[in-house]
Design a protein around this ligand. Structure first.
Ligand SMILES: [Zn+2]
Length: 321
């Protein structure tokens, strides 16, 4: 069994397309584990590699599942002005007002988070190890997305303001450049949320409130940089690629006043809070028993996931924004 997994992993790694946003998603899931109480840590810590590796599954699914795309964003600017009170916060009321097709067109991220929280709670209740891990990894991904300002705007990659590439710049380039060297992730222990639906809307609205700064500061800074100062060619995964220069990136980060670090920290905290809340709401099942009973299930699930991606390769050259 082990050699089959290793073989499949090797095959998969040789084919996989690494998007830059993967770095932050993996870190967020991995760091969230350490905020959990000991009763959860005993289950989550041995699964750290899984939760990290699968933090990006939802993004990979976008290339093979038609319904996946709208789960990663919500274009709040389609619903009037901040704080977008036109848009009902409950799914049922929003469907009644706009219809499901329209909601899907403009993104359903906050509702996706709530759906996965419910499903994760169910997985804990059923003591289903494979489902707990898979749903925890997925939930971590969507919560991470909810903290990214440009995931709440229809101008998601600066395409309306001639700032193409800003999406990956904010959520990939800056964390890759700075997270390990300069940012810290010392956070509070996971907290129980009595109103998780309100919490995701709070997160989404904070992101929406930051969109103007994200775009405005980049535009202002670009005016004081020539094109060859703004971009640089750097080696990455044995390829020479053009990206935002280190100098431009650091100046932008300073202009944002630590926003990217703050949102990443808040993502880690929120992921732990949501995992913890699901476990509490499921009646705090004893996770030691789950771990011992279903190691084989987890192996089979890993095999299944690997073969799924092996059969459905992401489209090469597609960007992750
Ligand atoms: Zn995503």
């Amino acid at each position: 069994m082990r050699s089959i997994v290793l073989l499949l992993t090797a095959l998969l790694l040789s084919q996989r397309l690494y998007c830059w946003g993967f770095f932050a998603h993996e870190k967020i899931n991995a760091y969230a584990i350490y905020l959990l109480p000991p009763e959860m840590l005993i289950f989550y810590k041995p699964a750290a590699q899984y939760l990290k590796t699968h933090a990006t599954d939802p993004d990979k699914r976008r290339y093979v599942l038609k319904n996946e795309g709208p789960r990663h964003f919500i274009d709040l600017d389609q619903y009037g002005n901040y704080p977008f009170t036109e848009l009902p916060r409950s799914w049922e009321a929003a469907v009644e007002k706009y219809g499901e097709d329209s909601l899907l067109q403009h993104g359903i991220l906050p509702w996706r988070v709530q759906e996965l929280l419910n499903r994760l709670t169910g997985a804990f209740k059923n003591r289903n190890q494979g489902a707990i891990l898979r749903l925890s990894a997925d939930l971590g991904h969507y919560i991470g997305d909810a903290h990214v300002p440009l995931h709440t705007s229809s101008n998601h990659n600066g395409q309306k303001t001639n700032q193409h590439g800003i999406h990956g710049f904010w959520e990939s380039r800056l964390p890759e450049l700075l997270a390990d060297k300069e940012w810290d992730f010392y956070l509070e222990k996971a907290r129980y949320m009595s109103q998780p639906a309100e919490m995701i809307w709070k997160i989404i609205l904070e992101s929406a409130a930051a969109v103007d700064s994200v775009l405005g500061q980049e535009a202002a800074l670009s005016n004081s940089f020539s094109s060859d100062q703004k971009y640089a060619f750097e080696w990455r995964n044995q390829a020479l690629i053009r990206q935002y220069s280190t100098q431009f990136s650091q100046r932008y980060n300073a202009l944002l006043g630590g926003m990217v670090e703050r949102r990443m920290r808040q993502s880690v905290q929120a992921v732990a809070d949501y995992w913890y809340t699901a476990w509490i709401n499921a009646g705090q099942p004893d996770l030691r028993k789950i771990r011992a009973a279903s190691a084989a299930d987890s192996m089979l699930y890993t095999l299944d996931t690997l073969s799924f991606y092996w059969r459905n390769q992401p489209v090469k050259g597609k960007s992750c924004d």
